[in-house]
Design a protein around this ligand. Structure first.
Ligand code: AMP
Length: 318
């Protein structure tokens, strides 16, 4: 494959199974398939600034994402791993997009609507409101073909395409239109209550959970049933066990929720333990982690600078 692949993760806390199966696992798979192309995976720290406004927390959480990336198998020899704030062209281009975008258009964004529902419009930061334009800049700066994400980001990729088209219409052909890469089976990974797994719903299972945390999370799964199958338990189990094997287990244990949860606990422990141990090893070598970021910064900056000079020429400020 010879594509440009790009995606980002906000440093807002520990990744959960929704992040992993919905997006991060695909980062690693695409990276390995895309031998002739370029892969960019970045730490979306300026996006996270809407939520994380504490110096030590921001520093720690940003490094954590790099460690998470390396743990799940991103390879700095195959992928450019960098921090959004290290490449100033992201915010510079976002401003240009702000000027060709209207307020009613941005008001249609799900993330904005959710923030209004949660806290009322008065509490929504301007950064949250214009967030889709920063995301458009993140993607379009690198002539991206494919953006692996979960379903919740689909609309933002559509906004990105619209923005590229609008810019191209006004200023001439400059940006490539990217496609979202969303796997149907895992487009919305459910949490312990059956809703989308999300930190804001408090229904997550961490990708690096301890054995105790796994037990606690599984016992808290809400057991609504469908024909004696606890559907929330099954939905999480399906992520880590082949469907054939799983059906046999659920057939043999119809209505036995306690046993089914115990099996899920064991399977999750076996799945998570090696990841957790690998992460602990990588986290000890912070020099390496910082070196990965430094190299990624150099590579991303070079590409973003070249693109920005095309953009500046196109709009007449160069
Ligand atoms: P974030 O940490 O919000 O930047 O999310 C990282 C990635 O995980 C994004 O591509 C999201 O779409 C994806 N994601 C988050 N939660 C879920 C979920 N419950 N199911 C599927 N994908 C998800």
């Amino acid at each position: 494959m010879s594509k440009t692949i790009l995606s980002g993760v906000k440093p807002t806390g520990k990744p959960h199974l929704g992040n992993y199966f919905g997006a991060m696992r695909q980062f690693m798979e695409l990276q390995n398939e895309n031998e002739k192309g370029t892969n960019y995976f970045f730490i979306a720290d300026y996006h996270a600034l809407n939520f994380v406004q504490n110096v030590s927390e921001m520093r720690k959480l940003s490094l954590d994402v790099v460690i998470d990336f390396l743990t799940i198998g991103l390879d700095p020899k195959k992928s450019v791993i960098f921090k959004q704030s290290d490449v100033q062209e992201h915010t510079e281009l976002a401003w240009i997009f702000d000027t060709i975008t209207t307020v009613p258009y941005l008001k249609r964004a799900h993330a904005y609507k959710d923030a209004v529902t949660k806290g009322g419009e008065e509490d929504v930061s301007a950064g949250t409101f214009t967030y889709p334009m920063l995301m458009a800049a993140d993607i379009l700066l690198y002539d991206t073909d494919l953006v692996p994400v979960g379903q919740d980001q689909k609309q933002h990729i559509e906004f990105t395409r619209d923005t590229a088209e609008k810019f191209n219409r006004i200023f001439g052909e400059t940006f490539k239109l990217p496609d979202a890469y969303i796997l149907k089976d895992v487009e919305v990974v459910p949490g312990s209550d059956g809703r989308k797994m999300s930190k804001s719903y408090n229904n997550t299972i961490s990708l690096f959970a301890s054995d105790e945390e796994i037990e606690k999370a599984v016992w808290s799964i809400v057991t609504d049933s469908e024909g004696e199958v606890p559907k929330n338990v099954f939905a999480i189990h399906k992520l880590i066990k082949p469907e054939g094997e799983l059906e046999k287990i659920y057939d043999e244990n119809k209505g036995k929720y306690k046993i089914l949860k115990e099996i899920l606990i064991d399977d999750l422990k076996n799945f998570i333990r090696p990841m957790r141990e690998r992460r602990e090893g990588i986290a000890k070598d912070l020099d390496f982690v910082n070196k990965v970021l430094e190299e990624g910064k150099q590579k991303a900056q070079a590409v973003a600078r070249a693109k920005m000079s095309d953009v500046k020429r196109a709009i007449g400020v160069s």
